[in-house]
Write a protein that binds this ligand. Structure first.
Ligand code: SF4
Length: 61
């Protein structure tokens, strides 16, 4: 699994970082720290995608 944050949509709320801080880091906006999400973090990242209030996190296919 690979993900990206669409910066124009991100409001910097911090939810993704609080859900999975091994993958997301929020400064002004969130960015993804890893190339490929490790298998053991896929569930947490899926929760971040579903919980992001602006749907700014997208899976990269
Ligand atoms: S949860 Fe969504 S809006 Fe909030 S910081 Fe993460 S990417 Fe941005």
């Amino acid at each position: 699994m690979k993900v990206k944050v669409v910066e124009e949509k991100c409001i910097g709320c911090g939810y993704c970082q609080s859900t999975c801080d091994d993958v997301f880091e929020v400064e002004d906006v969130s960015h993804v720290k890893v190339d490929t999400v490790p298998e053991n973090l896929v569930e947490a990242v899926t929760n971040a995608i579903e919980g992001c209030p602006t749907e700014a996190i997208e899976e990269v296919k």
